[in-house]
Design a protein around this ligand. Structure first.
Ligand code: SAH
Length: 211
């Protein structure tokens, strides 16, 4: 996985590569899919969501330019896999998930696997998690039609936000850096994520009604 999926596609941050080698992705996929845990793609989890492709997790982590002492917010906990990766790259991670069932499973798994610096919350992450703001880095693991204003407001000066933006079918992974004179934006490439559903994302059924 490290050589073929990550190095070959130009993931260069050695800390990211080391952490990707350390986190056991097979602990975060449904048991029936254990054998596919290190394959080069997203895999289905509960609530019709997915655990992200390893390359996308590495690309996002690298783009956040983490040195080790940041406070990081993730939107879309899902399986908890990306939160585990981020937690080994930085000081503290807050991650928020709209499906209670996913949040609870991920929190239990992260705890069982010994990730002690991750805090899992339940709710609409398009509003961010204002209580712990500002964040040095924000990673959004679901794709919205535009960049939620709340997330920009919760970025520290110099902070980085990585988010897929576009239509429901295809998106660009975008990095925003908050600078004293405004926002700098660069494109990291075409991607496909599950939809970001919420106040500042796509409309959707409230999760409680889906179960
Ligand atoms: N980082 C996850 C990827 C999960 S897929 C992993 O490594 O497994 C994206 C997740 O975002 C889904 O679980 C989906 O339910 C969640 N999501 C979508 N919109 C959201 C919102 N507004 N707030 C919080 N979570 C959201």
């Amino acid at each position: 996985m490290i050589a073929e999926q990550l190095r070959r596609r130009n993931i260069r941050d050695e800390r990211v590569l080391q952490v990707m080698a350390r986190v056991q992705r097979h602990r975060f996929v449904p048991e029936a899919l254990t054998e596919q845990a290190y394959s080069d793609n997203a895999l289905p989890i509960a609530e019709q969501q997915t655990i992200s492709q390893p390359f996308i997790v590495a690309l996002t982590a690298e783009a956040l330019m983490l040195q080790g002492d940041e406070r990081v917010l993730e939107i879309g906990t899902g399986s908890g896999y990306a939160a585990a990766v981020l937690s080994l790259l930085t000081r503290e991670v807050w991650t928020i998930e709209r499906f209670r069932s996913l949040a609870e499973t991920a929190a239990a798994r992260l705890h069982a696997e010994g990730y002690t610096n991750v805090h899992v919350g339940i709710g609409d992450g398009t509003a961010g998690w204002p209580e712990h703001a500002p964040y040095d880095a924000i990673a959004v693991a679901a794709a919205g039609p535009h960049i939620p204003q709340s997330l920009i407001e919760q970025l520290a000066m110099g902070g980085r936000l990585v988010i897929p933006v576009g239509s429901r079918e295809e998106q660009q992974l975008v990095r925003i850096v908050r600078m004293p004179d405004g926002l700098r934006q660069d494109r990291l490439g075409p991607v496909r994520f599950v939809p970001l559903v919420g106040q500042e994302g796509w409309a959707g059924e409230p999760p409680a009604q889906q179960r």
